[in-house]
Design a protein around this ligand. Structure first.
Ligand code: NAD
Length: 477
C-alpha cells in the first residue's frame, strides 16, 4: 500500500484530500492513495523549480550527467519493485513491466552520457580573428505531462534529457499511473539538488491547465490524446513557448506474399497484443496482400486464441487487463462498432474474458474495410483489423488513409517492396521486418500528421527540443 505524495523542493508533501487507487486486475484490491492536488500545489512546484534553475544550469553538462548516472544506479536497484508496482497499478504484465523499468534506467544512462558529448558547433567567421560558435542553453522550467500506458519509461524519456540539458522539471503524470511515478521520483529525487525534479499528483486537467499556462513554464512535453495535445499546442503558441506533443497512432503492418510468415505472425501478435494494445505504436491494422490472406489469417487467429490472459503479476500472462473500467468500455464500444459496420469477428469480442477485472479478450476482425471506424480510429486495446489489399500500391494507400502517422511496418523479402514502402508510407517511424512498437531509445521517436507536433523525442532529438541555440562571436582585440 503506497501513500503517494507530491515532491516539491526535495520534500515529500501531503496535500489535503486523497483518492484511493485500485488495481485494474482486481478492482477490489487497494494499491494506494494519491493526493488530490490542484493549482495551488502546482504553483509551489513551479516556484521550487524556478528557484533551483540557475544553480542547476551553472553546474554544467558534465556534472549534471554525473548526477543522472547516480540516479540510474539507484533506480537499477529497484527495477523489480517498480515493475511489480506498475503491473499492479495499471495492469501491464510483469515481464513487460520489468522491461520498462530497465528501459527507464537505460534512458538515464544514455542521457548521463549526453552530458559528456559535444554540444554546439564552431562556425567559420569572415573575420579570421573572430571565434564564432554556438552553445546550447536550457529552456528554463519545463512541464512534463504523461499518460498511463508507460508509467516509468515515458516520464523518464522526457525528464532525463530535460535535466541533462540544464532545465528543471515539474512532472504531472496521469492519475492512473501516479503511484508508480511517485515511487520512481521518490527514489531518485534526492540525488538532484532540491527543486530540480518536482512531482505534482492529483486532478489531472486542473494541474495540467495550471502547468501549461504558468508564466514561468518555458517548455511543455506531452504524451496523451490528440484532443488534449491540440489544446496544449494552442496555449503554448499563444504564450510563445516551445512544445512537444506525442499523441495517437493507428499503426499498420503490410504483409506481402513473399514475407517470412512466421516472423510476420510473431511481430503482428506482439505488436497488437502486448500491453493489451495500449501503446501508441501498437499494431492495429494488418493489411495483407493476395496469395496468403487465408493462410495468414488462420494462423494469426490460432496464435491469438492461444494467448494467456490473466493476472499481470503472473509471469505466464501475455495479456493483462486494460487500465480502467472507462478504457474497457471504450474498447467495447469499438468492438460493437466493428460488428455493426460489417466486420466479421474471428476471435475475442467479449470484455470480461472470464475475470472480474477490466479485461478485454484479444480480438481479431476479418475483411475490414479501410474506411470502417475500427480501421480509422485509435482503439488503444487488444483489437486488430485484417484488411485485404490487391497489391502493394493499394496497401500503401490504405496504410496512409488515416489521420495518424506514427509507426508502420512491412514484412517482405523484396528490397523493392521495402524501398517503395519506406518512400511512400506516411509515418515517423518506418520499419521493415520489425514490429511497429519497440523503437530503440537512442533513435528519434515521433510521428507525422496528427500523431506528433513535428518534433522528435529520444536520442539527440530530445536535446534539440530541450535547448535553445545561442550564437556567440568573440573578436580578438
Ligand atoms: P489524456 O490526453 O487524457 O491524458 C494525458 C495527460 O494529460 C494526463 O496526465 C492528463 O492528466 C493530462 N491532461 C488532461 N487534461 C489536461 C489539460 N486540459 N491540460 C493539461 N494536461 C491535461 O490521455 P491518456 O488517457 O492519459 O492516454 C491515452 C492516450 O494517449 C491515447 O489516445 C494514446 O494514443 C495516447 N498516447 C500517445 C503516445 C505517443 O507516444 N504518441 C503514448 C502513449 C499514449
Amino acid at each position: 500500500m503506497i501513500e503517494a505524495k507530491n515532491i516539491v523542493a526535495g520534500e515529500e508533501i501531503m496535500a489535503g484530500e486523497c483518492v484511493e487507487i485500485f488495481s485494474p486486475a482486481h478492482p477490489d484490491a487497494l494499491v494506494g492513495t494519491i493526493p488530490l492536488s490542484g493549482a495551488t500545489e502546482l504553483e509551489s512546484a513551479v516556484d521550487a523549480a524556478g528557484t533551483a534553475l540557475l544553480g542547476w544550469k551553472r553546474l554544467g553538462w558534465v556534472a549534471r550527467g554525473n548526477v543522472l548516472l547516480q540516479a540510474a544506479l539507484l533506480l537499477e536497484q529497484h527495477v523489480e519493485e517498480l515493475a511489480q508496482l506498475a503491473a499492479t497499478e495499471m495492469g501491464k504484465p510483469i515481464g513487460e513491466a520489468r522491461g520498462e523499468a530497465q528501459r527507464a534506467v537505460a534512458i538515464l544512462r544514455y542521457y548521463a552520457g549526453e552530458g559528456f558529448r559535444a554540444v554546439g558547433q564552431v562556425i567559420p567567421s569572415s573575420n579570421p580573428r573572430t571565434l564564432q560558435y554556438t552553445i546550447r542553453e536550457p529552456l528554463g522550467v519545463v512541464g512534463v505531462i504523461t499518460p498511463w500506458n508507460f508509467p516509468l519509461a515515458i516520464p523518464m524519456w522526457k525528464m532525463a534529457p530535460a535535466l541533462v540539458c540544464g532545465n528543471t522539471v515539474v512532472l504531472k503524470p496521469a492519475e492512473q499511473s501516479s503511484l508508480t511515478a511517485y515511487r520512481m521520483v521518490s527514489l531518485i529525487a534526492s540525488v538532484f539538488p532540491a527543486g530540480v525534479m518536482n512531482l505534482v499528483l492529483g486532478r489531472g486537467a486542473e494541474v495540467g491547465e495550471a502547468l501549461i499556462r504558468h508564466p514561468r513554464i518555458r517548455g511543455i512535453s506531452f504524451t496523451g490524446s490528440v484532443a488534449v495535445g491540440q489544446h496544449i499546442a494552442q496555449i503554448a503558441v499563444s504564450r510563445g513557448i516551445k512544445y512537444q506533443l506525442e499523441m495517437g497512432g493507428k499503426n499498420p503492418v503490410i504483409v506481402a506474399a513473399d514475407a517470412d510468415l512466421e516472423m510476420a505472425l510473431d511481430y503482428t501478435v506482439s505488436g497488437a497484443m502486448r500491453s493489451a494494445g495500449q501503446k501508441c505504436t501498437a499494431t492495429s491494422r494488418v493489411i495483407v496482400l493476395p496469395g496468403i490472406y487465408e493462410e495468414f489469417r488462420n494462423a494469426l487467429v490460432e496464435r491469438i486464441r492461444s494467448l494467456q490472459v490473466g493476472d499481470p503479476l503472473d509471469s505466464n500472462t501475455y495479456l493483462g487487463p486494460v487500465v480502467s473500467k472507462a478504457q474497457q468500455e471504450k474498447v467495447h464500444h469499438y468492438i460493437e462498432a466493428g460488428i455493426a459496420e460489417g466486420g466479421r469477428l474471428l476471435t475475442g469480442g467479449n470484455v470480461d474474458a472470464g475475470f472480474s477485472g477490466y479485461f478485454v479478450a484479444p480480438t481479431v476482425f476479418d475483411r475490414v474495410v479501410a474506411t470502417a471506424t475500427i480501421a480509422q480510429e485509435e482503439i488503444f486495446g487488444p483489437v486488430v483489423a485484417l484488411i485485404p489489399a490487391g497489391d502493394i500500391n493499394e496497401a500503401i494507400q490504405i496504410a496512409n488513409s488515416v489521420r495518424y502517422g506514427l509507426s508502420a511496418s512491412v514484412f517482405t523479402r523484396s528490397l523493392s517492396t521495402a524501398m517503395e514502402f519506406i518512400e511512400r508510407v506516411e509515418a515517423g517511424m518506418v520499419r521493415v521486418n520489425e514490429e511497429t512498437a519497440g523503437v530503440e531509445l537512442q533513435a528519434p521517436f515521433g510521428g507525422m500528421k496528427e500523431s506528433s507536433s513535428h518534433s522528435r523525442e529520444q536520442g539527440t532529438a530530445a536535446v534539440d527540443f530541450y535547448t535553445e541555440t545561442k550564437t556567440v562571436a568573440i573578436r580578438a582585440m
